[in-house]
Design a protein around this ligand. Structure first.
Ligand code: M6R
Length: 616
């Protein structure tokens, strides 16, 4: 999971490459590098371990000669520690060829042996250098960059997107992909390549996704796509819906701060155009057919991390509304349990990036066994939606901070829309109930705006708690996955031990963790809408308070029952039982961000993480 950019054209190549890397730094940020073919026809390169800024500083202090063909890479290390030498590009063949790579070349050991026998040497510990050396070797043997490239990619196994430049072909970038993403950007007298459209959206809105096992050649004048045998394949161009400025910080201190404030828009834009005459109509689902929707006997939601918690929230609603059993499976566990899949099984994947390898493999597995698949995704042209039977895009806009925030609320929104449409088709909710739930969805953006006003109060709380070693989160029903999400946000951003529990599970073990002063966030259900579980959660609060917990309750406006037992109460506006969690998660997002900030941590790029996890 690295970020890749390629450019051929008349602009200042270094600016295009660094801009593309900046917008893709969320994909990996332990080292970065660039290579270009200079106006003298030579390859020049620079690479540095550390964040992109280290590379920027390097090329500012020691500028490369100008050129019009270049490739750039931001790395999330797999083979070989993050270091200057392991960073990409790898320049081989006496400095004539440079290559960058996203993924893992699984047969690198065998290729390495072969190359050592042929007399080649290696500088780094990476699988990528092995691939580059093989490529250089084959180019030398065949005497042709294109032929050697095609032969090399046919040898690679595993997951890879590779981009290569050669000084004998000064206006050409060759690229290939297998199980890793690659998109093309079309310009006027210039063309681009990227891991995703963010790489070039500031220059062009015309794009096409490169299909599985395809190779691409770009020059300033043309783009040619073939399969791995060299047979041309058609290019399916699309218009990028994102505005370039949407992937800038826009004056906010961090992408995460900006993206949390975009929660209301993420919901509004995901609902927009999908409610017609008081009914939910997701045109993208029409391909499934109403008959199939009536016949589905089971829905399996597959996702990882935050997306899986969105799935857990959605599962409660879809099952209740559409009366179909719904279960949530972590994508990486799904295939290995030999799940029962029939033609009446619908597998819905949830993925912000649309590139998460675990989820992609789960989708492919489900399709091979005859399930219908729907992709809930935030990234146009990504692999998972392209391979699924139907796509419901969340319109949250680009999410750059590694920790997911606005995409989470957009995913829940999309799942609710799907649940309501299925309920309409299956006749399991009457018109009044449909209308009530639609009204709740449409009211959410305004209520989310209100929740955002709690920011200063939460910042203060986070400052007080900045040296806390552990935080617990409790919730019940749809509040349970919100507790899990609150804990995940705190772990990944503030590096604090955090656990989420179902409040009812407390007395089955976790209550032993409660000691004097232990902070516990409790997502309190509505006393109006969920009276029964509300009183049970209030009892849970009393139980932990009696054992010394410091309770921070997230409760709806006017809920007085929590006041005697909570040390702090964060108020959220009134909403229906399925809709309160979407409001309750926002204070938890803000808390994690503020606490990380109070600890002086980088909230956009937490250690060890990358946003798109494109390896298994
Ligand atoms: O792109 P995806 O939605 O498939 O990503 C899934 C998870 O990797 C992602 O949600 C991860 O858990 C985030 N770091 C959460 O903030």
């Amino acid at each position: 999971m690295c970020g890749i950019v390629g450019y051929v054209g008349q602009k200042t190549t270094m600016d295009v490459l660094l801009g593309g890397l900046k917008r893709q730094e969320y994909r990996g940020y332990d080292s970065a590098g660039v290579a270009l073919i200079t106006e003298d026809g030579l390859i020049a390169s620079a690479k540095k371990s550390g964040k992109l800024q280290a590379l920027v500083d390097e090329v500012t202090a020691h500028p490369l000669a100008p050129g019009h063909t270049g490739i750039g890479h931001t790395r999330w290390a797999t083979h070989g520690a993050p270091s200057d030498v392991n960073a990409h590009p790898h320049v081989v063949d006496g400095g004539k060829l440079a290559m960058i790579h996203n993924g893992i070349i699984e047969n690198f050991a065998e290729i390495r042996e072969e190359m050592l026998e042929a007399g080649h040497t290696f500088l780094s510990e990476t699988d990528t250098e092995v691939g580059a050396v093989l490529l250089g070797h084959l180019v030398e043997q065949t005497g042709d960059f294109r032929t050697g490239f095609a032969q090399a990619v046919n040898r690679f196994q595993g997951a890879f997107t590779v981009l290569a430049i050669h000084q004998d072909a000064p206006n050409v970038i060759l690229a290939a992909r297998h199980n890793s993403p690659l998109v093309i950007g079309f310009g006027d007298g210039e063309n681009f390549l990227g891991s995703d459209v963010a790489a070039f959206v500031e220059h062009t809105h015309r794009a096409a996704a490169v299909g599985q096992d395809q190779m691409v050649e770009i020059t300033p004048e043309h783009v040619r796509v073939t399969d791995f045998a060299g047979t041309p394949v058609p290019i399916d161009e699309f218009e990028i819906a994102w505005d370039a400025s949407a992937s800038d910080k826009g004056g906010w201190p961090s992408f995460m701060a900006k993206e949390i404030t975009e929660n209301p828009d993420a919901v509004a834009n995901t609902v927009r155009g999908r409610v017609v005459d008081g009914r939910v109509e997701i045109p993208e689902l029409s391909g499934l057919g109403e008959d199939a929707i009536r016949k589905f006997s089971r829905i399996i939601l597959v996702a990882c991390g935050t997306a899986s918690y969105a799935g857990q929230v959605g599962a409660y609603a879809i099952e209740q509304w559409a009366r179909i059993p719904v279960e949530v499976q972590l994508s990486h566990e799904f295939r290995y349990r030999d799940p029962v899949i029939t033609p009446e099984t619908l597998v819905v994947s949830i993925s912000q990036s649309g590139e998460t390898m675990d989820t992609l493999m789960a989708v492919r597995y489900a399709m091979e066994r005859g399930a219908k698949t729907v992709s809930i995704c935030n990234t146009q042209g990504a692999t998972i939606p392209r391979e699924s039977d139907a796509i419901v895009y969340t319109h949250a806009g680009p999410e750059v901070a590694v920790a997911s925030t606005k995409a989470f609320v957009a995913q829940i929104t999309a799942l609710y829309l799907l649940g309501l449409q299925f309920a309409q088709v299956r006749g399991t909710l009457d018109d009044t109930a449909i209308a009530r739930n639609i009204a709740e969805l449409q009211a959410l953006p305004g209520k989310l705006e209100e929740v955002l006003t709690t920011g200063p109060e939460i910042r203060q709380l986070a400052k007080w708690m900045s040296d806390t070693p552990a935080v617990l989160f409790l919730g019940r029903h749809v509040g349970f996955p919100i507790a899990l999400e609150g804990a995940l946000k705190l772990k990944e951003l503030a590096y604090i031990h955090a656990e989420g529990f179902a409040a009812g599970e407390l007395k089955h073990g976790p209550i032993a963790l409660i000691d004097h002063g232990q902070p516990v966030f409790v997502v309190v259900p509505s006393p109006r809408e969920s009276a029964e579980i509300h009183s049970k959660v209030v009892s849970n609060i009393q139980e932990i308070r009696a054992r010394g917990a410091r309770v921070i309750a997230i409760a709806e406006a006017g809920d007085a029952a929590v006041l005697p037992y909570a040390d702090e109460v964060i108020r959220i506006p009134l909403a229906g039982p399925f809709f309160e969690p979407i409001l309750a998660v926002v204070p938890l997002q803000i808390f994690a961000m503020e606490l990380a900030d109070a600890k002086g941590l980088d909230v956009d790029q937490p250690r060890n993480l990358a946003k798109s996890v494109t390896v298994e």
